[in-house]
Design a binder for this molecule. Structure first.
Ligand SMILES: [Zn+2]
Length: 99
């Protein structure tokens, strides 16, 4: 998902907690490479104003099945980070992060 701050859904619009620092079931080593390549493509598209960004759409990739999906999402007005009344204004405000 590509996030344009103040314009599109952010991670916190969808998930109330940050992801675990260490994946519970491990991570297949090639997955970060696949996703990183897609993220690089998104950055290039944004910089040169071509194509359609993954804003308000969550891209998922399952390496075990070699399957991908795109889920439409929308900005949450109650989001603690980008909502109308944000509670998280800096990292220290995040109740799930140690200070
Ligand atoms: Zn948000």
């Amino acid at each position: 998902m590509t996030v344009l701050p103040g314009k599109s859904a952010c991670y916190r619009c969808l998930f109330h907690r940050p992801p675990p620092s260490t994946p519970v079931q491990g991570l297949l080593g090639v997955v970060p490479g696949v996703i990183g390549t897609i993220q690089a493509a998104e950055a290039i598209k944004y910089l040169v104003h071509v194509g359609e960004l993954l804003t308000d759409r969550l891209f998922t990739f399952d390496a075990l099945l070699i399957a991908s999906h795109i889920v439409q999402v929308k900005r949450n007005k109650q989001c603690p980070l980008c909502g109308e009344h944000p509670l998280i204004k800096q990292v220290e405000d995040n109740p799930f992060m140690g200070s």
